[in-house]
Design a protein around this ligand. Sequence first.
Ligand code: SF4
Length: 373
Amino acid sequence: MAVRAPGSRSAAVPRTHGHTLREIVELPPDERPLLVVSDGIGVDSTAMLIALWRLDVPPDVILHADIGEEHPLTIAYREERRRWLRSVGFPDLTIVRRPPSRSGKTGKAFATLGEKCIANETLPSLAFGRKGCSVEWKIEPQERWMRGYLPARQVWAKGGKVVKAIGYDAGPLDSRRAHYLTSDETYDYIYPLRELCWDRNRAIAEIKAAGVLVPRKSSCIFCPAMKPWELAEIVEEWPALADLIVEIEDTARPNLREVEGLWRKTVKGTRGAVPRPGSMGVFIRRLRADPSLFAHYRAMTPPVEPPKLCAGDVVGGTPIFRRRALALAGAREELCCFEGVDEKRNRRRLPLAPVFEELSEELAAALELDPEG
Ligand code: SF4
């Protein structure tokens, strides 16, 4: 593992549209840009760190934002993360937090997102279809920390940019929610799992192949993106946290106009959707009152599927870049899609789906000709 002192990298070649991980891999270690990983301590972040380790690209900084109400298994996993980071010679986890504050509405003090919701008698902004909670409690605390980090300040003072690695995977869900911002005034953004074409199942397989404990999906325990079976697990395993969810919703309820609760609107369950109310509190009360309903949702946890692999790609091996694999297969159109840049919005265009098994035969032939790629 090539290890360098943080900040000893050059201020990077001037860029217009950001780096890719592949370009960074190809640079000599002392010419690589300063690299910060945004670590949510979930499956995707874990797989991303494993990919960086396998590609011998040690980050300079690994930041994790502590919101205050993460899932208990995510909190417990922080020590596992630290153990693994030490074992591969990566820098330790740096945990950052939004500073405590006071509600302008009620005057109540708060130090966590849940406390802020109760103090302001509202819900996290994702419940209203916005992403402010993530920006305020995850992105901004990390950026604030970076603004005080001397090696980053030195890069910025020379007009360079820090590279930030984000763990969106290449599966359809993240393809819908991922943003493809490649560059702003201070950062270039890379999406390693998407460049490697690793979806969530592949990420899990890679974590297991590396001998690392698979973490739980990371999120706040009241996140509106939570699935019904995940909430059923909380009701069973951590009843006090389920009570907190009920309290947050009940406190906000008199002020709710647009939404029913943390899940926004009721899902009736047509067209294959899982039925649930728009209120997590209502759901929790129903589960507590009806053991058969509880058992029904508890049994819904989807199984982990084996990953889809293209020919020549091996779980636990040196990761193959999608771009290289596609180029080998002669998939010019897809390659151009990856390379394409929306000049106006400074966003890199990535294909929406990772599926390219149909290219497998071509890939096999290409990789046989040139096994090193
Ligand atoms: S996990 Fe969910 S609730 Fe928590 S900050 Fe992120 S989007 Fe908001």
